[in-house]
Design a protein around this ligand. Sequence first.
Ligand code: PLP
Length: 340
Amino acid sequence: MKRYDLRSDTITKPTEEMRKAMYQAEVGDDVYREDPTTTRLEELAAHLSGKEKALFISSGSMGNLISLYLNGGRSNEVLTSSNSHIIHHEVGSIASIAGVLPISIEAPRGILSASQLQGKVKSGAYDMATTTLVSVENTIGGYCYPLENLEGIRDFADTHGLKVHMDGARIFNAQQAMDIPIKTYAKYADTLTFCLSKGLGCPIGSLLCGSEEFINKALTVRKILGGGMRQTGILAAAGLYALEHNVLRLNDDHRRAKTIAKALKECSWAQVDMEGVQTNVIFFTAPGFNANEIISQLAQVGILANNEGPVVRLVTNLDISEQDTVEICSILKAFKPRKN
Ligand SMILES: Cc1ncc(COP(=O)(O)O)c(C=O)c1O
């Protein structure tokens, strides 16, 4: 039976062309800052994000952690949405390593606005933590941040002397879906992380972007975390390849996600969040069934899904073709969940 892996966009394997680019990469020791391919990638990331400098890091989690370590600071607080990745999927590292306390804010689809931050900033009292940072995630659950929210958050942060970090693991999806360059999103944040290893199809790697002063400090924190790597050009070459070849094709993932969501909408057993499908992520429920029941029954017909709490999640990706999408839709339409 053919399997369609829609658990995440992180499951993709590097293509032949990407592997060739990795094989041919010119390399040096990046801890000595002598890897020319990594330098090229960092310069490109700085240019795309409109920041002074960028740093190649092993993962999105590392980027978030470095930013929170430097911009948050021990015993301080970060304001973030209650469904953010830094709260749920980074093993509490922002607290255990960076020493930052997350203040979790309930927000529709995880999209914060300045009004939700009102009254949450603490400073001054000797027995209280100080609020130093706001962290936003773009996209969050595949949903893109409206610019007016970011503008409001930036103004709020400036008024209260806070920094803003953007976890832009999938910011290129937002760029393509909204036709807003990542530079425009990034101008509302002091620091931005984006991932090469998600929709862009690389095996490893993320970029942390910010001011020159911040990135110079980030280099030291990356080393503290064991993230100083040597001939990283092998990985950076994949990143350069992806930024050149795999950004526009994110539109295919988005179109396929909408097609699959429409097919689910026609299924009497499913309730799908159509409005939420802006990029490559689809959320749905099957009333009367829990997410695990649906996931295990879908696996039996070849569709691999994941869940976020009680909701089933499908993510289109580089390894799901147009033909696969047609087949996935017909499998979903023929599928009937059953009680065991
Ligand atoms: C929104 C978001 N931020 C950060 C990360 C962490 O990235 P990594 O898996 O590279 O640590 C992920 C991973 O899926 C993510 O979805």
